[in-house]
Ligand binder design. Sequence first.
Ligand SMILES: [Cu+2]
Length: 128
Amino acid sequence: MLLRSFLPGVAALLIAGPAFGHAKLLRTVPAADAQLRTTPTSLTLSFNENVRLAVLSLTSGSKTIPLTVDRNLPATPEVSVPLPALAAGKYQVRWSALSPDDGHITKGMFSFVILDATAGAVDPPKPR
Ligand SMILES: [Cu+2]
């Protein structure tokens, strides 16, 4: 009896589920897996709908680079934060975004590389 009254509710949830879009990350600057020859001065995440960033962290190895996210801003599809001067290295971005429309949270991570400008080209062919 309990099961019988429960199932229609579950079915309704399953059907309704896909109708609500979750915030999807469309693109970023720097782009995922980018190999940069110049140091980026800002980090931008573009979503398919309005979001509030719950988490935005930038790390390089064990080092965390402090970022300032203004959480008082209204929800927006594009979030941009200024970056401090970054040294050459591999950086990892972790994010988590809240969609105010339905309260859903999506998250992900990506990385990019800042090449060492003083080292010249990446893996130049070595003369033998
Ligand atoms: Cu959603």
